[in-house]
Design a binder for this molecule. Structure first.
Ligand code: GDP
Length: 343
């Protein structure tokens, strides 16, 4: 016999499947809290939508799920294309699931915002993990006018947590564009590096290394271990030169082989140790508190910019005032004040 919750939840799903129509906020939330992946996926589609009504509905679902979110370990994973991110996440994900966790993998791909294509999305990735009932994989949202990719990812994290995923991986291509954004939404940041290739070759900026809570040297298969161990020592030495972390954490450097499933367990242990140590110190909560405040500030800035530029009076004046500034007839600060006084 089905409980009232299961009943309403089933009928919501049937409704969704049969008519492809939108559900109510309650139906989405009930479905998500009942760990229904189809409804979770639909709700994410809403927050990714460019349709204003769908988007607003999605916002309400996110708001309602907020109280049920936050209980996961959020892990950022980055590295240049070819370093072995998807192979690593697959092996890591399976290991984490074996420890009775549920993992969601979300991607941020800066190339999709520039070119419409995707470095991350074009290949068949994480075959085994994507079919696992305890895993949920969502490709990078395409860029659009409403919100921005980072915001959508943050909202997706909330929905996935409410749907019972207690490990969230945010994957990004390490080409230096989206790492700061990813760092600002995760608890633990893992950088994947190749042995034997110089930092410049890998396009890894010093700033990205400074963000890492752990570096994993990938493809350390048997036979290639020596090169990986040398690289580990080099990175350890390099990390010593960086200023100490505010939270007292000393970044770890490990070697791993996703093909041979070596080092994966160790990296998960480090992530868990990080969570435990940082929780005891109060840093875990403090970091999330700071992140929440910074998201709020970023949102305010974006909204203000949007309001300014979409204001018809500003649009009418902007070209004329720009011209004057360019000609030296009007100073840039005075011009900015003039325009700002319009809104
Ligand atoms: P991504 O672009 O960073 O996601 O990298 P992929 O996971 O697609 O891996 C790039 C290539 O490296 C693929 O051909 C993988 O099979 C290979 N690869 C990944 N991990 C390992 C590993 O542990 N050992 C070896 N030998 N090859 C690996």
């Amino acid at each position: 016999m089905s409980t009232p919750l299961q009943h309403s939840h089933l009928s919501a799903l049937e409704k969704l499947k049969k008519h492809r129509q939108l559900l109510s906020v309650d139906e989405y939330v009930t479905g998500i809290l009942a760990h229904d992946r189809a409804i979770l996926a639909q709700a994410i589609t809403l927050i990714e939508s460019t349709h204003p009504d769908h988007y607003l509905l999605g916002q309400e679902v996110v708001e309602a799920c907020l109280a049920h979110s936050g209980k996961s370990l959020r892990i950022g994973i980055t590295g240049v294309p070819g370093v072995g991110k998807s192979t690593f996440i697959e092996a890591f994900g399976i290991h984490v699931i074996e420890q009775q966790h549920k993992i969601a993998v979300l991607a941020i791909d800066p190339s999709s915002q520039r070119t419409g294509g995707s470095i991350l999305g074009d290949k068949t990735r994480m075959e085994e993990l994507s079919h696992h009932p305890s895993a949920f994989i969502r490709p990078t949202p395409s860029a659009s006018t409403l919100g921005g990719v980072a915001r959508k990812t943050r909202e997706t994290i909330i929905l996935c947590e409410a749907a019972g995923f207690d490990v969230i991986v945010i994957e990004t291509v390490g080409v230096g564009q989206s790492e700061t954004e990813v760092k600002s939404m995760v608890d633990f940041f893992l950088l994947l590096m190749l042995a034997g290739a110089g930092d410049e070759l890998q396009g890894i900026k010093r700033g990205i290394m400074e963000m890492a809570d752990t570096i994993a040297i990938t493809k350390a298969d048997s036979g290639n271990e020596q090169a990986a161990k040398t690289a580990r020592q080099n990175y350890k030495n390099a990390l010593h030169l960086f200023p100490a972390n505010e939270n007292g954490w000393i970044p770890q450097v490990e070697i791993s082989s996703s093909l041979e499933k070596q080092g994966i367990e160790k990296i998960w242990e480090i992530a868990e140790r990080y969570r435990n140590e940082m929780s005891v110190k109060g840093w875990f909560t403090e970091n999330r508190r700071r992140q929440a405040l910074s998201w709020m500030e970023q949102t305010i800035n974006l909204q203000l910019q949007h309001r300014f530029h979409s204001n018809p009076k500003v649009q009418a004046e902007l070209a004329r005032i720009k011209e004057k500034v360019a000609n030296g007839e009007l100073g840039p600060f005075k011009a900015a004040e003039l325009l700002l006084s319009i809104v």
